[in-house]
Ligand binder design. Structure first.
Ligand SMILES: [Zn+2]
Length: 344
């Protein structure tokens, strides 16, 4: 997978698991949060019950009003989400998950989420392992690997990415708005800062948190790694947004996910409204391919904005290339010195 080979590190494996893994529930995000939390505190081996408590609390305190499973899924009584709902009030009142809840988490986690965390649809496991389980069934120990510790050392950016991804997936599970996301994809606010739910105009999450991981948490232009995702990390319109206001613009809306990249302050200032290079176009295509690898709804957003039909990933990737090449060619029509890019 080109996303991994571009930067074969534990952080890339972590991003694959968090950004590109299959989501039928949000358990993976709760596990990721609990793991980062424990690793950051310096733990190497923790009883499964300790991980279960962090995991349950992470799910309980999720601030949004969104569901943690697709609205179309009917929860059985013994589904962990059903137990979570039953124990919610008592746990929040007590300030910690109830014993019943922790016990249920401890029982279900190994098979339900821990076995699946490292799995990616279609390509097997990610290249690094972040934990393993050992010890007798009744007293299981979770070993947190050195790879997890390396990942947790860059915790600020990865936590931000995980949180954004969690929010986007939750919203897509919500029957009131999920349909909108599936039909229309997410949209970007006028300032290009936040991802908003179409029609409602409510902010879902920041563009920074949503797309940083797909460019390896690095500046798109100088590749410097971000240490945080605060306001001095700029959301840059790859094809300059101002070009849409020239009167002669007949291309697509440039204020969309496919055209937004993150840049450090100096690069953003230097780039200004200059034309991207062909090398940078290639990088944008790779970045958009990575987003297209993530399950709903960002993938759908790309498909819709690029009007990409077809069923096989190859076809879609080629259409994404053609789409960007067409924008490039439209932009360079008036410049005889700029080479055009072949539309395949
Ligand atoms: Zn830079």
């Amino acid at each position: 997978m080109s996303f991994y080979s571009a930067e074969p590190t534990p952080r890339t494996s972590w991003r694959q698991a968090v950004l590109m893994g299959v989501n039928s529930r949000t358990y993976k995000f709760a596990l990721g949060t609990a793991l980062l939390d424990l690793a950051k505190q310096g733990h190497d081996d923790v009883p499964l019950t300790v991980l279960a408590e962090r995991y349950s609390w992470s799910l309980l305190t999720r601030a949004g009003n969104y569901p943690q499973a697709p609205a179309t899924v009917a929860l059985r009584d013994n589904d962990f989400l059903a137990i979570l709902a039953r124990e919610r009030t008592e746990s929040l009142t007590a300030g910690h998950p109830t014993e019943e809840l922790v016990a249920a988490a401890e029982k279900s986690m190994p098979g339900m989420v821990m076995q699946k965390f490292h799995n990616l649809r279609g390509i097997g496991e990610v290249a690094h392992s972040f934990y393993n389980l050992h010890g007798p069934t009744r007293n299981r120990i979770v070993h947190l690997t050195p790879e997890l510790h390396r990942v947790a050392a860059a915790d600020d950016v990865l936590s931000h990415e995980l949180d954004s991804r969690w929010t986007i997936v939750e919203a897509s599970f919500d029957s009131r708005i999920g349909r909108t996301l599936i039909d229309s994809g997410v949209q970007i606010d006028e300032q290009g800062q936040d991802i908003v739910i179409p029609a409602r105009r409510t902010t879902l999450t920041s563009v920074r948190g949503a797309i940083a991981g797909f460019q390896h948490g690095r500046c798109f232009y100088c590749h410097q790694e971000f240490e945080h995702l605060h306001a001095d990390i700029h959301v840059d319109h790859f094809f300059p947004f101002s070009w849409m206001n020239t009167g002669s613009w007949h291309g697509p809306d440039l204020n969309h996910v496919w055209n937004l990249v993150l840049a450090c302050g100096p690069c953003n200032l230097t780039k200004s409204n200059r034309q991207p290079t062909t090398h940078e176009v290639g990088q944008l295509l790779d970045r958009n391919d990575a987003i297209a690898e993530s399950p709903h709804p960002l993938r759908r957003t790309l498909e819709i904005t690029m009007q990409a039909a077809g069923t096989s990933p190859d076809v879609r990737a080629r259409k994404r290339h053609d789409f960007v090449a067409a924008v490039w060619n439209h932009m360079t029509e008036r410049s005889a010195t700029t080479p055009s890019i072949a539309v395949q």
